[in-house]
Design a protein around this ligand. Structure first.
Ligand code: COA
Length: 257
């Protein structure tokens, strides 16, 4: 298996495990990633997914050895397979945190961008090196990077193929937090556990409204939000939490229903 999967309480940790190739994404890794993400989505005990890499890379890109001899038809199918998997991760009902432990280049940066939240270890490096290899980004980089950092910075990064460090990634908003390398997983787990303690229906509805709203005009987005907000009023979680608030007591945990 190229991906290890472990569940700790309500948090699943998916570790890409091909360190000898800096976790480069070939077809086998992509398939294992897809299966592990589907497992996390299907497991009702899992509330949050954390994705990280083993060794000194998060993911150093799509596998250049596999791509070298592809023709245009094969390249299209390779990109479609990866895009499908990344879109599934992005569209998971549960929050996904990328704990970026090292190189996140090309497909690695693109995988991190398909996650909801990105935390970087101090040694993490980000970039879209594709034009230096005679190709464009193919796993969502031209679409998600400008949506996250704006089109000018995205074009600069993609056209120059420059690699940036974690602090620069934080400055441009590509990651939301940078921590010491040895604190990366504990920080990601702490954040995941904090999310897991909240009302999961509300968390998932929030994610869905944000994701949908990022792709449409604001009035349509506000309608998605109204739908999500009102749906929460049919849950026990809303009644329990607001009753506890009004009674000046504290809800010990959500039923998530
Ligand atoms: N595809 C296939 N193999 C890769 C890879 C990739 N994207 N990235 C790293 N590897 C392999 C290397 O070929 C090497 O294998 P080898 O030991 O059999 O020679 C192994 O991983 C270790 O990488 P190495 O290059 O020796 O490490 P380094 O510390 O000197 O450099 C990088 C690290 C990330 C700067 C360098 O590996 C690199 O530039 N990788 C490609 C990044 C890239 O362009 N990604 C986008 C692809 S579209």
């Amino acid at each position: 298996m190229n991906v290890s999967y472990e569940v700790k309480e309500h948090v699943a940790v998916l570790t890409i495990n091909r360190p000898e190739a800096l976790n480069a994404l070939n077809t086998a890794v992509l398939q294992d990633l897809s299966l592990a993400a589907a497992q996390a989505e299907a497991d009702s005990d899992v509330y949050v997914l954390v994705i990280t890499g083993s060794g000194r890379a998060f993911v150093a890109g799509a596998d250049i050895v596999q791509m070298k001899d592809l023709n245009a038809v094969e390249a299209k199918s390779f990109a479609e397979v990866a895009n499908n998997i990344f879109s599934k991760i992005e569209g998971m009902s549960k929050p996904v945190i990328a704990a970026v432990n090292g190189y996140a280049l090309g497909g690695g940066c693109e995988l991190a961008m398909a996650c909801d939240i990105r935390i970087a270890g101090a040694k993490a490096k980000f970039g879209q090196p594709e034009v230096g290899l005679g190709i464009t980004p193919g796993f969502g980089g031209t679409q998600r990077l400008p949506r996250i950092v704006g089109s000018s910075k995205a074009k600069e990064l993609i056209f120059t193929a420059e690699t940036i460090n974690a602090e620069e990634a934080l400055r441009i908003g590509l990651v939301s937090k940078v921590v010491a390398d040895d604190e990366l997983m504990s920080t990601a787990m702490e954040m995941a556990n904090k999310i897991a303690k909240n009302a999961q229906i509300a968390v998932r509805q929030s994610k869905d409204a944000i994701n949908k709203g990022m792709q449409c005009d604001i009035n349509t987005g506000l309608a998605y939000e109204t739908q999500a907000f009102s749906l929460c009023f049919s849950t026990e979680d809303q009644k329990d939490a607001m009753t506890a608030y009004v009674n000046k007591s504290k809800l010990s945990e959500f039923k998530n229903r």
